[in-house]
Write a new protein. Sequence first.
Length: 35
Amino acid sequence: MRRLSTGNIRNITDGKQSEESKEQDEESSGKIYKG
């Protein structure tokens, strides 16, 4: 894990952020409702 380059780390963080942003967008639009 320590051998990951900054590029790989950025890709991982960007992927997580993109997934979270998509979920937030869907929730705000009302497509997904999490009780």
